[in-house]
Design a protein around this ligand. Structure first.
Ligand SMILES: Cc1cc2nc3c(=O)[nH]c(=O)nc-3n(C[C@H](O)[C@H](O)[C@H](O)COP(=O)(O)OP(=O)(O)OC[C@H]3O[C@@H](n4cnc5c(N)ncnc54)[C@H](O)[C@@H]3O)c2cc1C
Length: 467
């Protein structure tokens, strides 16, 4: 029987970071992957391909909406199939460079291809072979949740996996869900020319974050021609001569939507069902996520878990990666490293992007009974005026007594880049005064953070450009 110091189940971002750390410690390690190709969700069917397609959509949109007179750039023709091929080629290049080559360089790590299942306390089985180890890291990720809508299988649908490989642009697309995946795909396909309808159960979109900003983003999406419908319940779906019909109830009335394709983006469920976790005493919550403590240890002290498969907040590529590194260290070196999730940012890669870190207004009210927050429109940000992209806003939450910055949420071009500044402010426990005394370059979108800080002290509408 083959024995190892560490066995890692899964081959995505979490698993790879764990494998790299284990290799640095010289630990004899097995990494077992099946399902998605090496690299898992992010590179193959997540971050990388969606961001390429969003970029393509953004270029098409910008060509017609830059609002600079005298600049005629109307893109009338583009080749959807070639755009998809370009995206698939990029994925294959990045998988090779960032995963396959990296793995080849890890001398103490062996790759096994196949589905891993726990067999005994210190054993997993894969393709009828048993592998043994002292420690394990589960990094099996998650997959799209398919809501139980009567007839949906017969009607036919795609998830994010297939939607990234469509060979024909659907003329009409229904998207079920209102989270980041749904909203990114909605804008991307709408900008390619599909007529998109989002169907959601919640009152707004992206309900996990600052509603003042998500309401504004919702208006922007609607102004671009995306329909957003709230349903009380899904009735059924059916296929009518290739057309996909979704029947739902809204405000007590039954309505029927017809489309060429239905994309289900209603959240994700952890890949735990077939791991035989009961055998090894690893507890899961009612969603099926693995319960871990702050050190990423499960209820079995020899088994750690990381990434989309666990029950902690903020399930993204950077959290999966960092958790992998720390879990490998905690498992092999008996350390107790943890992550400070309060200063981890998120980004939704729409245009404008929505990014945030720390407390929202509602969260501060819940925690402290009050909110000390200000919202500044990008109409006050010179760079946004220069770019003709002023529909965004920034909201800052500060401690009512110490004026320490506790949360920043931004809806703007490149908000995903700007939020890294805010992340450092929160990590370093900076105050409003620290930001006011800083000198961001003029004209940059980063000035919005200084303007938000200044708005706690003065009326920013009366300031000149160089605040
Ligand atoms: C459409 C989309 C867009 C996204 N965009 C972003 C983004 O822009 N930025 C960002 O930070 N995050 C993004 N995410 C989230 C991000 O991709 C995930 O949080 C991250 O990839 C999770 O990594 P992981 O290692 O936990 O799991 P995964 O990357 O899913 O890896 C798990 C691997 O384990 C395999 N596996 C499952 N069961 C077994 C088994 N029993 N045995 C062996 N192997 C198994 C799976 O097939 C897979 O290969 C996006 C997600 C989606 C769906």
């Amino acid at each position: 029987m083959k024995t190892f110091d560490l066995i890692i189940l899964g081959g995505g971002a979490g698993a790879f970071s764990a494998a790299i750390s284990a290799n640095e410690y010289g630990a004899k390690t097995a990494i077992i992957n099946a399902g998605l190709p090496l690299g898992g969700t992010c590179v193959n069917v997540g971050c990388v391909p969606t961001k390429r397609l969003l970029r393509a959509g953004e270029i098409i949109h910008l060509s017609q909406n830059h609002k600079i007179s005298g600049l005629e750039l109307d893109i009338k023709k583009f080749d959807f199939q070639k755009i998809i091929k370009d995206e698939i080629d990029l994925v294959s290049r990045m998988r090779k460079e960032k995963y396959e080559k990296v793995l080849n360089g890890l001398s103490s790590v062996n790759l096994f291809e196949g589905y891993a299942t726990f067999f005994l306390n210190n054993e997993v089985s894969i393709n009828n072979e048993i592998l043994q180890a002292e420690k394990f890291i589960i990094a099996t990720g998650s997959k799209a949740y398919i809501p139980p809508i009567e007839g949906i299988e017969e009607a036919g649908y795609v998830t994010h996996v297939e939607a990234l490989k469509l060979q024909r642009l659907p003329e009409r697309l229904i998207i079920i869900g209102a989270g980041p995946v749904s909203i990114e795909f909605a804008q991307m396909f709408s900008r390619f020319g599909s007529s998109v309808t989002i169907v959601k159960r919640s009152p707004g979109i992206l309900r996990f974050t600052e509603t003042e900003l998500t309401d504004q983003l919702e208006q922007i999406l609607v102004s671009e021609g995306i329909d957003i419908i709230t349903t009380d319940s899904f009735k059924y779906a059916r296929n009518q001569n290739g057309e996909k019909i979704l029947v739902l109830s809204t405000d007590g009335k039954e309505i029927e939507l017809a489309a060429d394709e239905i994309l289900i983006a209603a959240g994700k469920i952890p890949n735990t069902a077939n791991l035989n976790l009961e055998t090894v005493g690893v507890e899961i919550d009612k969603r099926g996520s693995i319960a871990v403590d702050a050190n990423l240890q499960t209820s079995n002290p020899n088994i750690f878990a990381v990434g989309d498969v666990i029950n902690l907040p903020l399930r993204f590529e950077p959290t999966a990666g960092r958790e992998g590194t720390l879990a490998a260290t905690n498992a092999l070196k008996n350390t107790k490293y943890t992550i400070e999730y309060d200063s981890v940012p998120f980004t939704v890669f729409t245009d404008p992007q929505l990014a945030g870190v720390g407390l929202t207004e509602a969260e501060q009210i819940k925690q402290m009974g009050t909110c000390n927050c200000r919202t500044v429109s990008f109409k006050s940000v010179p760079k946004a005026i220069i770019m003709n992209q002023t529909e965004g806003m920034i909201k800052m939450v500060i401690h009512p007594k110490t004026e320490q910055i506790m949360g920043v949420h931004i809806l703007s071009p490149d908000a995903g880049e700007l939020i890294a500044n805010a992340m450092m402010l929160i990590q370093n426990k900076n105050t409003v005064e620290d930001v006011i005394n800083s000198l961001p370059m003029f004209p940059t979108l980063s000035e919005s953070i200084k303007l938000a800080a200044l708005s706690f002290k003065k009326d920013i509408s009366n300031l000149s450009c160089c605040v």
